[in-house]
Design a protein around this ligand. Structure first.
Ligand code: PLP
Length: 348
């Protein structure tokens, strides 16, 4: 992603919410990233404590976060997001350290953000930010999360083209009101993985790509070989009559995001080979068909089932790595190194 960003002439500000690891963030720093994206003040505090000095909290500001935001803004260059006047008013009312404020724009995902074509709404927010001495209008920021509903590279590229054009047009509307030099920031793994043309974009903030997952493979933003994380689960039951194994790996370990199988039934993960040097082939024929709190039921064809014993370790590729990783407090690499991760806002 760093190479891709350099080639496209955009800054990479990777989102840390997927890995939530100081060590992994350090790998991005090694590849040239100097800014980081997070999704909470707790995460911002944790990465500030690890030396990151340029942090964007890519989550809408709400008044309960103001004290933490003030404290952070005194220590690091902090960026925050707003999409409504009350949030700007709450920030403006405080006599605090300098803050970079991004206007969150809705380019089609319809989660948060000022609608991209709401010229008066964009201008009202820009003026309110500009009027507060300690607030700096950083620019326009979006997350085109509707790229996750696209399937295939061309559909993902189409979302990227449309959302970039909408964002550039929104910047043009503010330019017409006298707001120049606004930065434009986008970020979602599907479009950042597929698109080549980032014309008019200054910064990208993908996060999931650090590991990818089955969902990214299904929509075509990566290949199975790109999956970089799996849940290691002990086999606790082998049932040849049912063509299934049961693993100690349930909803509390994997999460409950699902993908449909060929018959439209939900699947919650898929076996992936554990080779000596790393994760191997994805075993599409071995899918998790049911989850309870601690148990996972995996459908396994007879030939593979014959080689499995209670106590074996199998690896399950997650449907959505961000949510699966969030259920754990660390990673183990193939050379046995443990890598820390935030858990409940603390390093474990
Ligand atoms: N920026 C924002 C505001 C987000 O909400 C997210 C993800 O939810 C990202 C960036 C990263 O996107 P992805 O998880 O697709 O990499």
């Amino acid at each position: 992603m760093a190479t891709r960003a350099r080639a496209a002439g955009v800054r990479l500000r990777p989102h840390a919410k997927t890995h939530q690891s100081a060590t992994l963030a350090g790998w991005f720093h090694d590849h040239g990233a100097r800014g980081i994206t997070v999704s909470s003040t707790a995460m911002a505090e944790a990465f500030a404590a690890h030396g990151w000095t340029d942090i964007t909290i890519a989550f809408p500001v709400q008044p309960r976060d103001l004290e933490a935001i003030d404290a952070l803004a005194r220590r690091v260059q902090l960026g925050v997001l707003v999409d409504a006047l009350p949030a700007v008013e709450a920030l403006a009312a405080r006599d605090a350290a300098r803050l970079r404020v991004w206007i969150k724009v809705d380019v089609g995902y319809h989660r948060c953000g000022v609608p991209h074509d709401d010229a008066s709404g964009l201008a009202a927010l820009a003026r309110a930010i500009d009027a507060a001495p300690h607030l700096e209008l950083a620019g326009l920021l979006t997350h085109a999360g509707h790229s996750y509903a696209a399937t295939g590279a061309e559909a993902i590229r189409a979302v990227h083209r449309e959302s970039s054009a909408r964002l550039r047009a929104a910047a043009g509307r503010l330019h017409a009101c006298g707001f120049d030099d606004l930065a434009v920031s986008v970020g979602d793994t599907p479009t950042c993985s597929i698109a080549r043309d980032f014309d008019g974009i200054d910064e990208i903030r993908p996060g999931n790509f650090v590991f990818h997952d089955l969902m990214q493979v299904a929509i075509g933003s990566c290949s199975a070989a790109d999956i970089g994380v799996a849940l290691a689960c002990p086999v606790v039951g082998v049932y040849p009559g049912r063509g299934e194994i049961v693993v100690h790996g349930g909803a509390v370990h994997l999460g409950k995001e699902s993908l449909p199988d060929a018959d439209g039934r939900p699947t919650y993960g898929c076996l992936i080979d554990l080779a000596a040097e790393g994760l191997g082939a994805l075993r599409d024929e071995c899918v998790v068909t049911a989850l309870s709190q601690e148990h996972g039921v995996v459908r396994v064809p007879p030939a593979r089932l014959r080689g499995l014993r209670i106590g074996d370790l199998v690896a399950i590729a997650p449907v959505h790595a961000c949510l699966t990783c969030d259920l754990h407090d660390g990673y183990t690499t193939f050379d046995g190194t443990t890598i820390e991760r935030l858990h409940g806002g603390r390093w474990r």
